[in-house]
Design a protein around this ligand. Structure first.
Ligand SMILES: C[S@@+](CC[C@H](N)C(=O)[O-])C[C@H]1O[C@@H](n2cnc3c(N)ncnc32)[C@H](O)[C@@H]1O
Length: 246
């Protein structure tokens, strides 16, 4: 029955209804590939490369959330991961598939909302570069639960998201408190997180392996890096409350 709140999903739907559709925003975003968008070039995140080089990330199955044109998924495939990568934008997925074909890389790219995924403790790595900070605060609840559900015990969750204080460099200047988002009916282009807020949101579910500012990388560097972003790596514990997670 329309506009009747019976379930938590009904509540989420009511909260979503006050905001612009993410799909309508992201679909045309990738139409002009020549725009100087920092994450358009086909370069992986410097922190993802560092995780591989340190031997923390060792291959297996990877799931990327909000993959855009696929630069990190493609890197993971080059490193031997079996990769599934999802994005809301058909245009971004078409671009990602072209890139994969050019390199003859086998990546499962699909246009689908991450909220439609129902994984079952099957991934060694879940990666999110810039998706979480575009989700509404209430959407984090199913999102984090789904990432937890996606990972094998001991699996890793890599994340980059906005840090505050970079209004002059194209990032958010301030951290909005979550209630403010609903009062303004806007995320002002993406939410910034303090280190404390990120830890508060994620530390009940994951162990923090690393949380640091992303390193600045230049146009001629082989990797992507902007200090307006946090670079974080989390790990799903092997056991919770004395119970081994299997
Ligand atoms: C800032 S872009 C980052 C793209 C890519 N991760 C990169 O770094 O190159 C954020 C991406 O998240 C995607 N996105 C946002 N909400 C999503 C959702 N609910 N399901 C799937 N993708 C989503 C958008 O379509 C967009 O491509």
């Amino acid at each position: 029955m329309e506009k009747t709140i019976k379930s938590v999903q009904d509540l989420y739907d009511m909260l979503d209804a006050d905001f612009r559709s993410a799909k309508h925003f992201w679909e045309p975003f990738y139409e002009n590939r020549d725009r100087p968008i920092p994450f358009f070039p086909n370069k992986p995140d410097e922190n993802l490369v560092a995780g591989m080089e340190k031997g923390l990330l060792r291959g297996g199955r990877a799931l990327e959330m909000g993959c855009g044109p696929g630069r990190n998924a493609l890197y993971l495939a080059r490193q031997g991961y079996q990769v599934e990568a999802y994005d809301l934008s058909e245009t971004a997925i078409a671009w990602a598939k072209e890139r994969a074909a050019e390199e003859q890389l086998d990546v499962h790219f699909e246009c689908r909302s991450v909220f439609e995924l129902t994984p079952e403790q099957e991934y060694d790595l879940v990666y999110d570069s810039g998706c979480l900070h575009h989700l509404l605060p209430h959407q984090r609840i199913p999102y984090i639960a789904m990432i937890d559900q996606a990972l094998k015990p001991g699996g890793y969750f890599g994340l980059t998201c906005f840090a505050p204080g970079f209004g002059d460099q194209g990032g958010p200047e301030h951290v909005m408190d979550d209630w403010e988002v609903y009062r303004e009916k806007s995320m002002r282009g993406g939410l910034a997180f303090t280190e404390e807020k990120l830890r508060y949101l994620l530390e009940d579910t994951f162990e923090c392996v690393e949380l640091r500012p992303m390193k600045a990388m230049g146009q001629n560097d082989a990797y992507f890096g902007l200090p307006i972003l946090w670079a974080a790596l989390w790990r799903k514990p092997e056991a919770r409350d004395g119970h081994i997670l299997v």
